[in-house]
Design a protein around this ligand. Structure first.
Ligand SMILES: [Zn+2]
Length: 373
């Protein structure tokens, strides 16, 4: 059975509706026409309430579309293609072709939906005020206030910091920008999504038994949906287990031959220029053992004109400061020991004593690939 109905295109974005939305529409129309509107604006014929109820449902669906169009418009401006918008039981979803590849774009796209809802809320509230001011229909005033309220709820509830809600995406973008790692940020944001969903479920049980059974059950259904969605995002951001068992030796970067004890900064610079993938070169000590290292940063601190006369030793750092890893260590163990998402270098010695480096960026890169990101 086809579960979606195609409505049409807006700004080139196809819009569809899940058939379950029909159920929500009927419930909303009945509650507006039979309960809410007769309460706030009594004394009108039934037909007036029903007409307003149907208009209200159309306004509600239009509000969902406006929210998703907000996301879509900003996504298109950030070169992320929008495949379509679908309205379903708990709101709308704008399906994007892939994800934003930088946290700033992600932040803007996520914020655009709630911002649009807030705008519609303000416009509806303003229209209600104008209608009231010029003695317009009290049914219309009630309807516009209801629409303003719905959009305010849409804006605020979507800002909850629970991935995959918009607020959770904003949280992820902030974490992503701070750490530089999309994967770790997704894990954290999706973990908060699960915690928040569990807290919501607890609140809903309290609501069911002490406030209103139906509202409580609606919140419970929402929190279950949110928990399942957050859990799925959390799991899909985890690296594949077999990648974690890989020995780190396969990711090593061979270091250039150690420089002699009397090498200059220029020698270190030339050595690193010939080995673009490595961050430092080892330096031999007095007794011909490598005891220190010279990094690209420390070379850059010496003015080029002086590099040939300044001894490399004067800018070297002790090699003992670097953590050591065994080429046979599995990725899982090294990440647990040195930390994922942090910047580090480790030193690796092969059986014959040649030195190699392991870079945190390579390990994180593997974790991203393993997670399909
Ligand atoms: Zn949204």
């Amino acid at each position: 059975m086809k579960s979606h109905l195609y409505l049409g295109r807006m700004f080139g974005v196809p819009i569809g509706v899940n058939l379950w939305v029909g159920l929500v529409a009927v419930v909303l129309a009945v509650s507006l026409a039979e309960i809410s509107l007769p309460n706030v604006a009594p004394g009108h014929p039934n037909s007036a309430y029903w007409f307003a109820g149907v208009v209200g449902v159309a306004g509600f669906l239009g509000s969902l579309v406006a929210h998703e169009l907000g996301h879509s418009w900003v996504a298109l401006r950030n070169d992320v293609r929008v495949l379509g918008i679908t309205l379903w039981l708990f709101g709308g979803v704008a399906k994007l072709d892939g994800e934003a590849d930088d946290p700033r774009a992600e932040f803007r796209i996520a914020l655009a939906g709630p911002a649009m809802s807030a705008l519609v809320a303000v416009l509806s509230g303003g229209a209600a005020w104008i209608t009231w001011r010029f003695d317009g229909s009290d049914v219309l005033v009630g309807l516009l206030i209801w629409l303003a309220g719905i959009n305010a709820v849409l804006a605020v509830s979507n800002l909850l910091p629970a991935f995959p809600l918009d607020g959770g995406r904003i949280l992820r973008a902030v974490l992503w920008r701070r750490s530089g790692h999309r994967l770790g940020a997704t894990r954290t944001a999706a973990l908060w999504g699960q915690i928040l969903a569990a807290a919501m479920a607890l609140v809903s049980i309290w609501v069911i038994f002490s406030v209103a059974a139906w509202s409580g059950m609606w919140i419970l259904a929402l929190s279950l949906f949110l928990f399942v969605a957050a859990r799925a995002e959390w799991a899909s951001a985890a690296p594949a287990p077999e990648m974690l068992d890989m020995p780190v030796g396969r990711m090593r970067r061979q270091l250039p031959a150690p420089l002699p004890a009397n090498a200059s900064v220029a020698d270190a610079r030339d050595s690193l220029a010939a080995n673009p993938g490595v961050p430092f070169v080892a330096l031999s000590g007095d007794r011909n053992t490598t005891d220190s290292l010279v990094t690209r940063d420390s070379i850059a601190r010496i003015p080029p004109a002086q590099q040939a006369v300044v001894p490399a030793r004067s800018v070297a750092e002790p090699i003992l400061a670097l953590p050591r890893v065994d080429p046979q260590d599995p990725v899982r163990e090294v990440v647990a020991r040195l930390g994922g998402g942090h910047h580090w270098w480790a030193l690796m010695a092969d059986g014959d004593g040649t030195l190699a480096a392991l870079l945190s960026s390579d390990v994180d890169g593997l974790l991203e690939v393993a997670a399909g990101g």
